[in-house]
Write a protein that binds this ligand. Structure first.
Ligand code: TMP
Ligand code: ZN
Length: 424
C-alpha cells in the first residue's frame, strides 16, 4: 500500500453501472474521516486521513455514487466491522436463508458461497440447513474467526478470478450471496463476471443492499460513508445486470439497516421467471421521481435542514447543562456526528456492545467508546440514538433508563426526543 494518503482516494470518472458521465451533484458532506477508522485513545490524531464525501446521481441509470473511491485495501483488509450480535440481525439472517431456500428450491447439500461473509453468521444459518458453505472475505482477521468457528472462509476479495477458482475447486454454486457488500465494490462488472462463472445454470445470486429509495424518502443521509460507494434502485440494478448476461428475477423489500432490498438474480437465459414484483418496484421508483433531478435536490434540502436542526437541538441542551452520550457507535454515527459538526464537547462518550470498539475513540470527533455497563453507571440525560436502525429493540431494552427520566434523541428521519411516555 502506498503511504501517500492522497493516493488512497480516486475520483470516479464514469458510472460503474452504465458507463455514462452525465452526473447530477446531490450532496457534499465535506472532508470526512473513514467511518470505521476507530482510533486508539490518547494518540495524536493529527495525521488522521480525511477524504471528500459527496454523492452524485447518474442521469442515465440513476445510480447514486460517491465521487471518490477509497482504496479497498485501505478500507477492508484490516476491517473492524463485525456483524452485530443483535436479535434483529439473527432473525433477519434466518429469514434470508429461508427466503433463498424456499423460493428457489435449494436442497440440502448445495454449495452456498457468500462474498463479504464477515464472521460467518449468515453462512452458519445455511449450515443449520445442511448446506455446503464457503465464505470469501478480504478482512483477514474476520476470515480467520469464521474459519475457526467452522465456516471455511477464503481471505480474499470476490472477483472474476476468485469466482473462477472457487468453481474449479468446489464446483458450481447453487447460491451466491452478498449481504451489504455489493454497494461497497467499485468494479461491480468484475463481480458480475465472477458470479456468471461460478453459478450453476439454475443458480441464484442474492444481494442485499440498502434501498436508495428508502434512503431518499426517509432522509437516511448518515448511511453515506466511504464504504458505501453505490446506493441502488431496483431499476438501476436491472439495467446493470442485463448488460452482464444476468437478470433480476425477484426482489424482497426488508426492514433492516433503514430499509434494504434483497435482489435475486439468475442467468439471463436461466429457468427462473421474472416475478411481477420486479416491474412493480421499478414502476414505483419511476412514480417517485427516480429520473427527475428534483427528487435528489429535495433530498439535499432535507439533509441540510436535519443537520441544522440536530446541531441546534444539541447546542440548546448543552447550554442548559444537559449531558449527552451516543447510543451505539455504528459507522453511520460517524457521518452524523462529523457532518453535523458535533464534537466530544457535546457528546461525552458512546456506548457500544462491540468489544473491539470499546476503549477506542470515534474517527473525526474522537468521542470515546465505552461499554454498555459504563453507560449504566454514568447515565447521560440524553442518549443520541446513533444506531437508530435498531430503535425498536433498543427502546424496549432501555425501558428502565427511560422510566428513570432518561431520554433519547432519535436523529433520523427527523430529530425527535423520545421519553418514557412517548415511547409507549
Ligand atoms: P450496524 O447498524 O452497522 O449493525 O451497527 C450497530 C452498532 O450499534 C454496532 O456497533 C453495535 C451497536 N449496538 C449497541 O451498542 N447496542 C445495541 O443494542 C445494538 C442493537 C447495537
Ligand atoms: Zn449510470
Amino acid at each position: 500500500m502506498d503511504n501517500n494518503k492522497e493516493s488512497w482516494a480516486q475520483q470516479i470518472r464514469e458510472c460503474r453501472a452504465c458507463g455514462s458521465t452525465d452526473w447530477q451533484n446531490v450532496v457534499s458532506l465535506g472532508q470526512v474521516p473513514l467511518a470505521n477508522g476507530f482510533l486508539e485513545q490518547g494518540l495524536s490524531y493529527e495525521d488522521e486521513p480525511r477524504f471528500p464525501l459527496a454523492v452524485v446521481s447518474c442521469r442515465d441509470c440513476r445510480l447514486l455514487s460517491l465521487t471518490h473511491v477509497v482504496d479497498p485495501a485501505v478500507l477492508f483488509r484490516e476491517y473492524l466491522y463485525v456483524t452485530s450480535p443483535s436479535d434483529t440481525m439473527r432473525r433477519h439472517m434466518r429469514r434470508v436463508a429461508d427466503l433463498c431456500e424456499e423460493r428457489f428450491g435449494i436442497p440440502a447439500g448445495s454449495l452456498v458461497v457468500e462474498m463479504g461473509s464477515n464472521t460467518g453468521e449468515q453462512l452458519a444459518a445455511f449450515q443449520d440447513d445442511r448446506m455446503r458453505v464457503l465464505g470469501v472475505d478480504p478482512a483477514r482477521a474476520l476470515a480467520a474467526v469464521a474459519t475457526e468457528r467452522g465456516v471455511p472462509t477464503l481471505p480474499d476479495f470476490f472477483s472474476a478470478t476468485s469466482g473462477e477458482r472457487i468453481r474449479e475447486e468446489h464446483g458450481p454454486a447453487r447460491l451466491v450471496l452478498g449481504r451489504h457488500v455489493f454497494a461497497h465494490i467499485d468494479d461491480i462488472a468484475d463481480v458480475a463476471a465472477g458470479v456468471r462463472r461460478l453459478l450453476r445454470s439454475d443458480g441464484v445470486f442474492a444481494i442485499e443492499v440498502p434501498y436508495a429509495l428508502d434512503m431518499l424518502e426517509r432522509n437516511e443521509f448518515d448511511t453515506i460513508y466511504h464504504e458505501h460507494l453505490s446506493y441502488f434502485m431496483v431499476d438501476t440494478l436491472a439495467t446493470f445486470f442485463a448488460r452482464h448476461g444476468l437478470r433480476v428475477v425477484d426482489v424482497e423489500h426488508l426492514g433492516v439497516h433503514g430499509g434494504s432490498i434483497l435482489v435475486f438474480v439468475g442467468h439471463q437465459d436461466g429457468p427462473w421467471p421474472t416475478r411481477p414484483v420486479v416491474d412493480q418496484m421499478r414502476e414505483k421508483e419511476q412514480r417517485a421521481g427516480l429520473h427527475e433531478d428534483a427528487m435528489y435536490t429535495g433530498f439535499a434540502q432535507t439533509v441540510e435542514e436535519t443537520r441544522h436542526t440536530l446541531t441546534r437541538l444539541v447546542g440548546e441542551l448543552r447550554a442548559e447543562g444537559r449531558t449527552i452520550a451516543g447510543y451505539g457507535a455504528p459507522a453511520k454515527g460517524n457521518t452524523l456526528l462529523t457532518t453535523c459538526g458535533l464534537s466530544n464537547d457535546q457528546v461525552e462518550f458512546c456506548t457500544d456492545t462491540t468489544e473491539l470498539k470499546q476503549g477506542k475513540v470515534l474517527p473525526g470527533t474522537h468521542v470515546p467508546v465505552r461499554s454498555p455497563a459504563y453507560g449504566e453507571e454514568h447515565p447521560p440525560d440524553y442518549y443520541l440514538l446513533l444506531a437508530w436502525n435498531y430503535s425498536e429493540e433498543i427502546l424496549r431494552k432501555e425501558r428502565d433508563y427511560l422510566e428513570s427520566g432518561g431520554r433519547f434523541i432519535v436523529p433520523i428521519p427527523r430529530p425527535r426526543v423520545v421519553t418514557a411516555r412517548s415511547a409507549n
